[in-house]
Design a protein around this ligand. Structure first.
Ligand code: 4NP
Length: 154
């Protein structure tokens, strides 16, 4: 069975769509499924923010076909790894998670800087550079996360 990885942010239109595309690009698609969701459902059914689409395109990734959805309780059964972007996501996701699934949830930047509590900032209200910075952070963290996951599922 495929290993399933879920990327979570607040709106599922800025950060987690980038994280989904980046993580997908680092893992073979026959063995790993990567998806994303938001703790909020305001943008459900929408494509990613055009600034995320444009940033990804500039790095050679097409994320335009993704559609936003809200995190649901069954996600904790379905997914093996659940990565969140910031402490607010972490608290929201852990609140929804059944006790025995809480260990699956981790802040993505912890993969790169364990224990430092680095957050991926929400770029929604800022300019385009914010999206480039988010991409760089996620790219670094996903490289480490993908290497670890590949090793765990040899
Ligand atoms: P994201 O950014 O969590 O990275 O997708 C946001 C996008 C939209 C909203 C908040 C955050 N919003 O409140 O609409």
């Amino acid at each position: 069975m495929a290993v399933k990885i879920l990327m979570v942010c607040l709106g599922n239109i800025c950060r987690s769509p980038l994280a989904e595309g980046i993580m997908q690009s680092k893992l073979p698609s026959d063995k790993f499924i990567v998806d994303s969701a938001g703790t909020g459902g305001w943008h459900a059914g929408e494509g990613p923010d055009k600034r995320s689409v444009s940033t990804a395109k500039g790095r050679g990734l097409d994320i335009s076909k993704q559609r936003a959805r809200k995190l649901k309780k069954s996600d904790f059964d379905t997914f093996d790894y659940i990565y969140v972007m910031d402490r607010s996501n972490l608290s929201d996701v852990l609140q929804l998670a059944p006790a025995i699934q809480k260990h699956k949830v981790k802040m993505i930047m912890d993969e790169l800087h364990p224990e430092l509590g680095v957050e991926v900032p929400d770029p929604y209200y800022g300019g385009p550079q914010g999206f480039e910075d988010v991409y760089d952070m996620l790219d670094e963290a996903c490289t480490v996360a993908a290497t670890k996951i590949l090793k765990n599922h040899k």
